[in-house]
Design a protein around this ligand. Structure first.
Ligand code: ATP
Ligand code: MG
Length: 174
């Protein structure tokens, strides 16, 4: 019994232990539907830090660079049109393992199939207008943050609550 449990635990993917910063975009549908506050609260409630935040209208050139990996796919042009159709809110979100945590908070990419409890699962039904973007790896996050933020735009926050968000007794946040 104990062995089975140990083996199951060993199969878990390794947990990220480093502090990461990831790019989140509240897409035009989230802004138009007045969901910015409620969606941002999901990240704050989780204990993550918002270290950069601004509203902007994405240019076609920026949208194409951001979604370069999807160039040539049938939905690419519609996606670029959507992302440039109305203002968005871009955020830099930081925490231990923030990239994967944010992807989990967002939920599956299609609103019709996203799990309840996730942002996409709770706030939308559309498979195209899916409210939110989040970087899908630490490497992608670095690339995407540089597209949307100048280095000087991100802040360092010495939060008073940090010692209650994380166990800091080992010297690194756990
Ligand atoms: P995002 O990159 O925006 O965070 P994602 O990583 O969950 O979303 P991707 O596979 O990278 O999903 O697709 C990028 C975006 O393209 C999706 O968020 C969605 O808006 C759109 N998209 C993806 N697949 C389709 C599809 N089959 N039909 C319509 N739109 C799609
Ligand atoms: Mg993606």
């Amino acid at each position: 019994m104990l062995l089975a449990r140990t083996q199951r635990m060993d199969r878990n993917p390794p947990m990220a232990t480093e502090i990461q910063t990831t790019l989140i975009i509240l897409k035009p549908d989230a802004v138009q539907r007045s969901l910015m506050g409620r969606i941002m609260s999901r990240f704050e409630d989780k204990g993550l830090q918002i270290v950069g935040c601004k509203m902007m209208r994405i240019s076609r050139e920026l949208a194409e660079r951001h979604y370069e990996v999807h160039r040539g796919k049938p939905f690419h042009e519609r996606l670029v049109q959507f992302m440039t159709s109305s203002p968005v809110l871009v955020m830099a979100v930081r925490g231990v393992g923030a990239v994967e945590i944010c992807r989990k908070l967002m939920g599956f990419k299609f609103g019709s199939q996203a799990e309840p409890g996730t942002i996409r699962g709770d706030f939308g039904v559309s498979n195209s207008f899916n409210l939110i973007h989040g970087s899908d790896s630490p490497e992608t996050a670095q690339f995407e943050l540089a597209l949307f933020f100048d280095a000087g735009e991100l802040v360092e926050i010495d939060r008073a609550i940090e010692g209650w968000v994380y166990d800091l007794s080992t010297g690194s946040p756990e």
